[in-house]
Design a protein around this ligand. Structure first.
Ligand code: HEM
Length: 362
């Protein structure tokens, strides 16, 4: 164990590290999905705004649907962020905290940018019809702010993988810790950008299948744009994932290639394309449901690959999770699962109330 990192903190884990690794990947997936909806819908909103003059009726109704959804997606992204935080600190706190502390000033920026984005999406929601140009300018600025937030999260997630870089930054405070130079940062950041286009393409399809108040022409447009958004975003995600795997250390990438996660990732994305095409052609929401299930599974697999990279970088030399004491405490675990399930049910209930209220206003 490197003396720069402290050893296990002495407190026993209430279950095996394997369970927490799984929960870390699962909750990471729950965080990335609303984040992708948020960023992707903002990108689509700008695209629809540019095309608005060609068919004001269709685009106004789509922009209003997106405007109603953005505050919800931002809220879900924030709330779900606390979940992976629980597990990353439990398993890899010795690496995560130094990386987060060394990038401390960027976290203040994150707070300011998230607050600004709340204001931006709220203004967009309320002004997209009456003052569209004001709405779209604040939305574009909020998108830039959130892309910087993505960069900060990616930067910390990559910095924590390199104890040497943490040590150097700690011993040389004047040196920049903004790791533009780390070859992993670019592919990971771009990955979230293109995945956002793919997943929000799925969401546009969901609006097409589920919205009752839109015209047939709008529905058809949502199907088409959503399908192409998903397909193009997915193909780009595959290319960017390959790029990321190529910049990883040889040992890590060969382990990932041989584990077949990449093939699973591609298969899940392609299945979703097929379900999307069939469900759009026959306008069958029941079949459509299979597309998000398949695509979300692909995000989970990506989380698994990302976890594999972290494990390879840190274990067992710097952090040995297998050396941590385990004293099973099923009571607390049960409470955790109960509260998470109750929280999800409550969020679904609140979301329905919100959509009903926004529908009756529009
Ligand atoms: C709008 C706000 C947010 C955005 C756009 C965002 C975006 C992201 C992105 C892109 C990643 C993946 C980084 C990577 O793997 O390279 C990430 C990871 C993460 N986010 Fe967020 N996030 C937001 C808010 C939050 C909040 C409020 C929290 C904490 C309460 C949080 C906690 C985390 C944690 C802990 C991870 C790393 C998880 C892990 O390593 O397992 N996020 N976030």
């Amino acid at each position: 164990m490197d003396s720069f990192f402290p050893g296990p903190d002495g407190l026993a884990l209430p279950a095996s590290p394997g369970l927490f690794k799984f929960l870390s990947i699962f909750t990471y997936t729950l965080h990335i999905i609303p984040m992708a909806f948020l960023i992707g819908l903002m990108i689509f909103a700008i695209f629809f705004y540019v095309k608005k003059s060609s068919n004001p009726e269709i685009f106004s109704s789509i922009l209003q649907i997106i405007g109603n959804s953005l505050p919800l997606m931002l809220t879900f992204t924030l709330v779900s962020g606390a979940l992976p935080l629980l597990f990353v600190q439990l398993l890899y706190g010795q690496a995560f905290y130094p990386a987060a502390i060394l990038t401390g000033w960027m976290w203040y920026l994150v707070l300011a940018f998230i607050l600004f984005s709340f204001f931006g999406v709220w203004l967009f929601k309320n002004k997209v019809i009456s003052f569209p140009s004001v709405g779209i300018v604040t939305l574009a600025l909020s998108l830039i702010a959130l892309l910087v937030v993505n960069y900060v999260f990616t930067n910390v997630s990559v910095l924590m993988l390199s104890p040497e870089a943490i040590k150097t930054a700690y011993l040389n405070p004047s040196q920049s810790i903004v790791s533009f130079s780390d070859p992993q940062v670019a592919p990971r950041w771009i990955f979230f950008f293109v995945t956002s286009i793919a997943l929000s393409g799925l969401l546009l399809n969901a609006f097409g299948h589920l919205s009752k108040k839109i015209s047939e022409e709008t529905r058809e447009y949502l199907f088409q744009t959503g399908f192409w958004g998903y397909t193009i975003g997915s193909v780009l995600s595959i290319i960017v994932l390959i790029y990321w795997l190529f910049v990883l250390p040889d040992q890590t990438s060969s382990k990932i290639w041989s584990s077949h996660y990449f093939e699973l990732f591609v298969t899940a994305l392609v299945f979703a394309i097929v379900f999307l095409k069939v469900s759009n052609s026959i306008k069958e929401a029941g079949i459509f449901i299979m597309s998000p299930i398949s695509a979300f599974f692909a995000v989970f697999i990506f989380g698994w690959i990302r976890h594999g990279v972290r494990e390879q970088a840190l274990e067992p030399v710097f952090i040995d999770t297998s050396a941590v004491d385990v004293q099973t405490d099923y009571g607390n675990l049960f409470l955790f699962f109960f509260l998470i399930s109750a929280g999800i049910v409550y969020l679904v209930y609140l979301t329905r109330l919100y959509y009903r209220a926004t529908h009756s206003q529009s």
